[in-house]
Ligand binder design. Structure first.
Ligand SMILES: *[C@@H]1O[C@H](CO)[C@@H](O)[C@H](O)[C@H]1NC(C)=O
Ligand SMILES: *[C@@H]1O[C@H](CO)[C@@H](O)[C@H](O)[C@H]1NC(C)=O
Length: 188
């Protein structure tokens, strides 16, 4: 009877540990693959405003998920033009239109974009000690990149909020520092 109890006890601990590790696993967002960079053809990849261009032969990690959404999501804020001819590539994914960079709008990494599920929803972005409400209009594609559709830019990381210049202005970031900032966002 004593042996049986000990075995039961060990089994229970093992089951608990397994359940816990599965839970941790479910909460993480793992890479979905890698793509190899191609050299942008002449006239492609707009390098204005800090945009990255793919480097031939370099491997880029792709993600189909983003970190799980909480009330404060840590995001890396980058800058994007949503205007025609801007560095954002094609029109916005939510409505297939271009948008003025003078309104606070944002593209979110694929997992957070939720397959258009956050289109036209507003999020509060907090950074530099201030907050701004921005509307989600586009996807920052974490699953693909380095092709014409993405203006030969690498896939986005899985934790990006890619904001218009109005977002940067509202956060009070001096113009020379626009481009990269640690922020948090939450659903409005
Ligand atoms: C770069 O930023 C400037 C200032 O915000 C803007 O006027 C210009 O259109 C941007 N260029 C691109 C390609 O997005
Ligand atoms: C987001 O904010 C804009 C501008 O204030 C508003 O027009 C729009 O209806 C809001 N979206 C949602 C889903 O509430």
């Amino acid at each position: 009877m004593k042996t049986f109890n000990r075995t039961t006890c060990i089994s229970l601990v093992a089951i608990l540990l397994l359940a816990f590790s599965l839970r941790v696993e479910a909460q993480q967002c793992r890479p979905s693959g890698k793509i190899r960079g191609k050299k942008p053809p002449p006239g492609h990849c707009n390098t204005e405003n800090d945009s990255d261009c793919c480097v031939k032969g370099k491997l880029y990690t792709t993600y189909k998920c983003s970190p799980p959404v909480s009330s404060h999501n840590k995001a890396y804020l980058t800058i994007n033009s949503f205007e025609k001819g801007g560095d954002g590539g094609g029109p916005s994914a939510c409505d297939n239109h271009y948008h003025s960079d003078d309104i606070p709008i944002v593209a979110l990494s694929t997992g957070w974009f939720k397959n258009n599920g956050r289109c036209f929803h507003n999020i509060t972005i907090t950074g530099n000690g201030r907050s701004v409400v921005a509307m989600v209009v586009d996807e920052c594609d974490s699953t693909m990149g380095c092709d014409e559709e993405h203006d030969y830019q690498p896939p986005c990381s899985n934790n990006i909020a890619d904001g218009s210049k109005a977002v940067w202005k509202a956060l009070g970031v001096p113009e020379e520092d626009w481009g990269r900032l640690d922020t948090t966002w939450s659903d409005v």
